[in-house]
Design a protein around this ligand. Structure first.
Ligand code: ZN
Ligand code: ZN
Length: 935
């Protein structure tokens, strides 16, 4: 090896600036690109990047998965795999649209149409471009290696073509259908939403609503039947009443008026009222009776305004009679379909009551509630108004209360895919594993068909051209669409796509695309093929890379991205989409609430990266239970602790090595000398043990288990190995220097995926200058391969440390200074054979005893002989004096070369020559007090 010097390292380390130096080094040397290119094409490991919504700047919740998206791919790269990592952006959908609306001051869908869809779409493009630039600084400074420049975007033409292909394939398999159904609907965004979107971030809140009982007059008598609802605004849509035919109902007389309700609800509905039961009967007696409608704004059919039996009737609340409005509720809609009722939809796209319903026209549904109550009161049809507090869904983007609304939409037949989805879920390795049959498995069980269409703008189109004769054209490629339309297609977005006209195959009419666009979750779920424009390009690559080896996101994605990946992969390929999936918890604010700028309850991520550096944050996040699905409250103190307890001791061990390597002019040699020193053997074995355990934990995707090993190992190294070997380093012992070098290098390679900066720095200092064959970056190296471990040496040193700990404790409790030599120590242990003479010497040194007696027993005991002979006292005094002299020298800023004269009232004469030798003193003279002078 070439004779070179160690590079100069800073006296006081600043981790953030050290990291900046490494970031620049990687960029200048294209280290990331090389880490992929240098690995064989056929040895692929696939990672899918879950595209973040392109909104705002990154926060802790987006940095956490980003770090984990770096650790595992770096690890597999060092294990020889080729790990392509390309950034992705989820550009479409409400998140972007709402930001653009905010910017342009648009309040409703009509406002958008007023400024023009062209202008609106252009603003969406511009927004995406600005935001993506903000992220780059963070990605660099958390140390994430990812191809940012070639990021795929869900708005790219190629991406959208693959999405169109996926839709057409599912359509051809009869997995997509159009249907009028009710679903959750945001009146502000004027679009249906899917159940899982609402479930994802827990968009339910407790709210207070009116709960009213209304009188419906029976046509065949003068009695009223009492029905109950918490949504008065739906009453103009009432078409039926539902009862339970097996329950008992009663007719009562209240102040001369006859009312019908469930017997078991009497007490709560008529509390404190002076009523009389006239008649009692089974609900079946009511079935088929007609009643007078509350309103007559619409034409209706022969089955409407009747009483029906239904199993949705509860005896826990209300009157035991349920008001049915098939336009506004899932159960109502299904019942309406079953009974062949009409559908009244008296609410427009923006959640306002339509003009036909004159008394409430133009009112937003929730605002109509009190007006409906007032109007019914004036006609003496309202029986009772109460308040109810219940959980109610809100739009996750704009916060508007959602309603159930029936409309025509496109659905994916999840019901049909369920058996396959359950089966392919079995093979997925979930971390934590309870997700498999818990959140994810149960999510599959209960999943409704997926409402795929949105009545919005900035999205992939629903690629269906529909004719009034019933014919549909669903192209699977741009080329097919070009052939059929004779038009050149360069953009699949609105408004361009809506100008594409094709001829109907059946009747020859010109036909247009349906107005809806696609749920953006369909697009993120399509990323495995759409990111590489499959099947139009990269077929072979896709076959090799699908399904992914690894993905990671937070727990809500069990209802979001994890779910849509799984549905679509099963629908298209009959396969799971990923093999290993880490599910993180949520990082909450310091006070346990959601992190919010308003509450100021979290440390700014940029400040954290600039103050402590990325590696402290990486150690904190990756070592935390948030990596196994649990929530944590962010704690800056813990980040600081990672610097204090891990990074600084590690840095100091590195610095310690450099100090003595340079003092003794030792440089790394290729031929490794085999040390026989027991401490060397022990720490080398220890680092092997560390590498093996660390590797096993990462292979199992148990990242916190790997991180947990780091601090104990650094303590072994600095507090035991280096401390016990000080004299050898001072004396330039080659075995010790080489051992420490080997340990630091292997440690660095092992932890490089976790703490990529400091390990790169060590590599550049300890290896690269001396070995022309070394990789130019540690991340281009191979992961350390450990074959054999010496478990009995580990065990023996463990025993030594236990004995020393107990011995030191005994000294402390008896108030005997560590510098006072003692005659002996008596050790009884179950395993006396472990204590070889080398190890006994370590005990002697550490505990400052003249001899160690080892005896066999059934448990460990340590007895110090504390009798002090005059000789032992003299030796103790000698050691105290030497120490005092050294302290004094240091105080007077003297170097080891400065000669001195020592003055003292007394000193052990038998040790005089040793005192002079140990302290570079010329002589020692009697004086009243202790002091030293320079010669
Ligand atoms: Zn909304
Ligand atoms: Zn036609």
């Amino acid at each position: 090896m070439a004779q070179k010097n160690y590079k100069k390292i800073p006296q006081n380390v600043n981790f953030a600036s050290l990291e900046q130096e490494i970031i620049d080094f990687w960029k200048a040397n294209h280290s990331f690109e090389k880490s992929i290119d240098q690995r064989p094409l056929e040895n692929v490991y696939t990672f899918y990047d879950g595209p973040p919504f392109i909104t705002g700047s990154p926060h802790h919740g987006s940095l956490l998965p980003s770090i984990a998206k770096d650790v595992i791919p770096r690890f597999w790269t060092m294990k020889g795999k080729r790990v392509r990592r390309v950034w992705g952006w989820d550009c479409h959908g409400l998140p972007t649209e709402n930001k653009v609306e905010e910017k342009l001051g648009l309040k409703t869908k009509k406002d958008i149409e007023t400024i023009g869809i062209r202008r609106y779409i252009d603003e969406c493009y511009a927004y995406v471009k600005n935001v993506s630039q903000e992220w780059e600084w963070y990605i660099d400074h958390i140390g994430r290696w990812v191809d940012f420049n070639n990021s795929y975007k869900t708005m790219d033409l190629k991406y959208m073509e693959s999405v169109m292909w996926a839709f057409s394939q599912l359509y051809k398999k009869d997995l997509i259908y159009k249907s009028r159904r009710t679903s959750l609907y945001c009146p502000r965004c004027a679009t249906p939403l899917s159940n899982f979107e609402i479930a994802m971030d827990n968009s339910y809140r407790m709210v207070e609503d009116p709960a009213i009982s209304i009188k419906f007059k029976l046509t065949d008598s003068d009695a009223f039947i009492l029905a109950w609802t918490t949504t008065p605004w739906t009453l103009p849509g009432n078409l039926a009443l539902a009862i339970d035919q097996d329950q008992d109902y009663v007719k009562v007389d209240l102040n001369g008026e006859h009312l019908i309700l469930a017997k078991s609800r009497l007490d709560s509905v008529l509390t404190g009222q002076n009523y009389r039961v006239i008649e009692e009967f089974k609900g079946s007696k009511l079935v088929g009776k007609s009643y007078e409608p509350l309103y007559r704004f619409f034409e209706t059919g022969p089955n409407d305004y009747k009483i029906y039996n239904a199993d949705l009737v509860s005896m826990e609340e209300g009157t035991g009679v349920v008001h049915i409005a098939p336009g506004f509720g899932d159960e109502d809609f299904n019942l309406g379909k079953l009974l062949n009722l009409s559908i009244i939809d008296h609410v427009d796209d923006e959640g306002k009551i339509i003009d036909q319903v004159a008394p409430f026209a133009g009112l937003f549904v929730k605002k109509a509630d009190p007006v409906v109550i007032e109007e019914l009161t004036s006609r003496h049809l309202l029986f009772k108004v109460e308040k109810i507090t219940h959980s109610y869904p809100f739009c996750y983007r704009c916060g508007t209360p959602l309603i159930y609304k029936s409309q025509t939409a496109w659905y994916l037949r999840v019901s049909q895919l369920k058996p396959g989805m359950k089966e392919t879920n079995e093979a997925i390795n979930w971390i934590p594993d309870h997700i498999k049959h818990g959140r994810f498995g149960q999510g599959i069980e209960t999943a409704p068909d997926w409402c795929l269409s949105r009545s919005r703008y900035w999205a992939s189109p629903i690629p269906v051209w529909e004719c009034s004769c019933g014919f549909r054209f669903v192209p699977e490629s741009i080329q097919e669409l070009e052939t059929k339309s004779g038009q050149k297609i360069t953009n699949l977005h609105k408004p361009e796509i809506d100008e594409v006209v094709v001829k109907c195959h059946q009747c020859g009419k010109d036909i247009h695309r349906v107005p809806e666009v696609l749920d953006c979750w369909f697009e993120s779920g399509s990323m495995p093929y759409a990111q590489i424009h499959y099947p139009f390009e990269n077929k072979e690559q896709f076959n090799k890379e699908f399904p992914a080896d690894y993905i990671i996101e937070y727990i809500a994605q069990t209802r979001g991205w994890f779910y849509t990946l799984h549905v679509l992969a099963n629908g298209l390929f009959g396969s799971a989409s990923f093999k290993n999936c880490i599910v993180t918890g949520v990082i909450m604010g310091t006070d346990g609430r959601k992190m919010s700028k308003l509450y100021k309850n979290y440390p700014d991520p940029k400040m954290i990266l600039q103050k402590y550096g990325a590696e402290a944050l990486r150690l904190y996040f990756m070592g935390s239970v948030v990596m196994i699905g649990e929530n944590i409250n962010i704690d800056e103190k813990e980040i600081e602790d990672k610097v204090k307890n891990i990074l600084l001791p590690l840095w100091n061990s590195f610095k310690y090595f450099l100090t003595y390597a340079q003092l003794n002019e030792w440089i790394p040699k290729r031929e490794v000398i085999k040390s026989t020193n027991v401490l060397d053997l022990w720490i080398l074995n220890k680092v092997n043990e560390f590498s093996q355990n660390f590797e096993q934990a990462l292979t199992a995707y148990q990242i916190p288990n790997a991180v947990r090993l780091v601090q104990p190992f650094i303590e072994d190294l600095s507090r035991w190995y280096i401390r016990q070997s000080r004299d050898r380093f001072v004396n330039g012992d080659i075995d010790a220097l080489q051992t420490l070098w080997l340990v630091l290098v292997q440690y660095s390679k092992t932890t490089a995926p976790l703490i990529p900066f400091i390990t790169e720095y060590f590599w550049q200092t300890l290896v690269v200058p001396f070995d022309p064959k070394a990789s130019e970056s540690i991340h281009l190296e191979s992961y350390p391969l450990v074959t054999t471990l010496n478990t009995s040496l580990s065990e023996a040193m463990g025993l030594v440390r236990q004995i020393c700990e107990q011995g030191n404790m005994a000294r402390k409790t008896q108030g005997i200074s560590t510098r006072q030599p003692l005659a002996s120590i008596n050790v009884k242990t179950t395993n006396p054979n472990l204590l070889t003479s080398d190890l006994v010497n370590i005990i002697k040194n550490e505990l400052n005893v003249k001899s160690v007696k080892v005896e066999s027993a059934d448990h460990l005991t340590v007895d110090l002989d504390t009798i002090l002979t005059p000789d032992l006292i003299a030796e103790g005094d000698f050691r105290d004096l030497v120490r005092n002299i050294q302290v004094e020298r240091k105080k007077m800023d003297m170097t080891l070369k400065d000669r001195i004269i020592v003055y003292a009232p007394d000193w052990p004469k038998t040790f005089e020559s040793e005192i002079l030798a140990k302290t570079q003193a010329e002589s020692i003279r009697k004086a009243d007090t202790f002091y030293i002078t320079k010669v």
